[in-house]
Write a protein that binds this ligand. Structure first.
Ligand SMILES: [Zn+2]
Ligand SMILES: [Zn+2]
Length: 401
């Protein structure tokens, strides 16, 4: 690894660990257990819960709806936060003429980021009653979403295909932006799969205050879920508790009437861009995923559909984590996989790596248990006929000193 990057990454990880301030408690075994809690700042009695889609497309790249239609259906479906993340390398002039004419397209604009929305035929997010997030899908190599920083390869994209993922992430970091790795399973379904080591190197080389995590559920059909979830468990096994890898659920909608039914739920007092940014750094959100698609023009997210989190609390004295939730039948606490050895060829397998081990099914778990390795995450499941609805809780780092 590039030594400069390693030092940069190590320093950033150390700085992040310092800001999280893990609670340290004395365990029954005599060992000290340090736990990093992504929800430590949440006041469960006072904070609101805000649904967010952090990845979708409009006719400004290869989507089928304009900015206003996209914003309206998400607002009507119950969302508070929307990031329109058009592809940086899909040239707008390629769009069908009638679609282009339906927008206030500025043909001289060299930015390929659909932001601010009012420059692209849309009303402001505030007018829609949404918190809008500046975003772009960096698309020329492994897809990655970039947020809050104005970077896209944009114009002359043909000349820009030579930029590596590392160079793109370095630029996002230089501009103070955040980024996530998008849909590894989709890359695999396109025969553009990467090895576990490739992802390990990416998360090692780019600090947690820029590359904050990865998509776990996205528009790809369920058959590829195992690819993304097993990759997440392997990365958490590699990096926890020092370097967080937060999981995101984004529908990657290209049309508002045929989206994967998946989204994030943020927890904070005021729904603002600054709070979304900080929560993305801290992992202060959960994400939900259904086994089916949704037409947001006809359906919104109803109460009782997805497992609903009332609170997630750590008791440092008892060394337990408790999830108080409703609308679920099954809860699974998951820790590191038994092995990092591949169980399939990543070039052909839909689940090349072991999933994390299930170590509990009650609402409270003791993180001092010998079965608990270097992280704990949770999944809550609600079944409705043949469909399943899941809520994923972001990982707690566990360090036995
Ligand atoms: Zn993509
Ligand atoms: Zn996309």
């Amino acid at each position: 690894m590039d030594r400069r990057k390693f030092i940069k990454s190590t320093l950033a990880t150390a700085a992040l660990a310092a800001t999280i301030r893990p609670g340290i408690a004395k365990a029954n075994t005599g060992k000290k257990i340090s736990i990093t809690n992504p929800y430590a700042k949440v006041d469960w009695d006072k904070f609101g819960q805000y649904k967010a889609n952090l990845h979708c497309h409009t006719i400004m790249s290869d989507g089928h709806a304009c900015v206003n239609d996209m914003a309206k259906v998400y607002k009507d479906a119950g969302f508070s936060i929307l990031a329109i993340s058009d592809h940086d390398c899909v040239i707008k002039e390629k769009r069908p003429k009638e679609l282009l004419e339906a927008t206030c397209l500025d043909k001289n604009c060299i930015s390929f980021i659909t932001w601010p929305w009012c420059d692209f035929g849309g009303k402001s997010p505030r007018t829609h009653g949404l918190t809008g997030i500046e975003a772009c899908e960096l698309t020329t190599k492994h897809h990655m979403n970039s947020y809050f920083n104005g970077y896209s390869l944009g114009a002359n994209v043909k000349n820009n295909y030579g930029y590596t993922e590392d160079q793109q992430l370095d630029e996002v970091q230089r501009r103070g932006g955040l980024s996530i790795v998008n849909h590894p399973g989709i890359q695999a379904s396109w025969n553009q799969e990467k090895s576990l080591q490739w992802y390990v190197d990416l998360f090692k080389d780019h600090p947690a205050d820029c590359l904050v995590g990865m998509e776990i559920t996205n528009r790809v059909s369920e058959e590829w879920d195992g690819f993304d979830i097993s990759l997440w468990d392997q990365l958490l096994a590699e990096f926890s508790p020092g370097r967080p890898v937060w999981g995101f659920g984004n529908d990657d909608a290209h049309s508002h009437n045929h989206a994967k039914f998946t989204f994030n739920v943020f927890y904070f007092d005021i729904c603002s861009q600054a709070n979304v940014r900080q929560a993305m750094l801290d992992g202060q959100f959960t994400f939900c995923d259904a086994s089916r698609k949704v037409d947001y023009t006809k359906e919104k997210i109803e109460d009782g559909m997805f497992p609903y989190i009332n609170s997630i609390k750590v008791d440092e004295k008892a060394q337990t984590i408790t999830i108080d939730a409703k609308d679920y039948e099954q809860l699974r606490w998951i820790t590191a996989p038994k092995s990092s050895k591949p169980i399939g060829d990543f070039l052909t397998s839909k689940q090349p790596w072991e999933l994390g081990q299930v170590v509990g099914d009650a609402k409270t778990i003791s993180y001092n248990s010998p079965a608990v390795k270097n992280y704990l995450r949770a999944e809550l499941i609600h079944k409705d006929g043949k469909e399943s609805y899941r809520t994923f809780v972001n990982p707690f780092g566990v360090e036995k000193i």
